[in-house]
Design a protein. Structure first.
Length: 171
């Protein structure tokens, strides 16, 4: 009986040691499980934070894209305005050249008309006094009419002198 009791004690001690070992293994497994759970929670939290950051970045990207689209539209409108302005400037330049040419032709025509008129007046006023009076009258009219344009005024004076060329050689 003692031997049986001894054997039972030994069996119990073996069982107790197995149970303790199993309990320690269970504790280790629980600790590992807790660690894995903590890691899992950290990963989930990190994943959630990354998703939030991703959503924020996506929203920011959409906002930047909208701003870029608006800027692109403004740039297109600005380019259209620039093209319109350039075309207007080219047209104004062409108009300016045309008006300048017409003005030059008009001045040339006026000079020719003045020469013809002075020639006719010269033929009418044969006397020196009459010719001088006509010349002075025309000179005053020319100076009054072309006082703003020195080039045309000089050309008109020369045309008058040329038209009355031989009339005042004594002076």
């Amino acid at each position: 009986m003692k031997a049986e009791l001894q054997k039972t004690k030994q069996d119990l001690a073996v069982e107790k040691s197995k149970s303790l070992r199993d309990s320690n293994q269970i504790n280790l497994l629980c600790i590992q499980c807790y660690r894995l759970t903590d890691r899992y929670r950290a990963v989930v939290a990190s994943h959630t934070a990354l998703q939030d950051a991703s959503h924020d970045l996506a929203s920011e990207l959409r906002a930047h894209k909208c701003a870029l689209d608006l800027t692109r539209k403004e740039l297109d409108e600005s380019l259209k305005d620039t093209d319109t302005y350039r075309e207007t400037m080219l047209k104004q330049d062409d108009d300016y050249k045309l008006v300048k040419m017409q003005l030059k032709e008009g001045k040339e025509d006026e000079i020719v008309q003045c020469r013809m008129l002075t020639s006719k007046l010269r033929s009418l006023g044969k006397s020196y006094e009459m010719g001088r009076a006509v010349y002075d009258m025309l000179l005053l009219q020319v100076e009054g009419q072309y006082s703003g344009d020195k080039v045309v005024l000089e050309r008109m004076r020369e045309a008058l002198k040329e038209a009355f060329g031989g009339f005042f050689e004594n002076e």
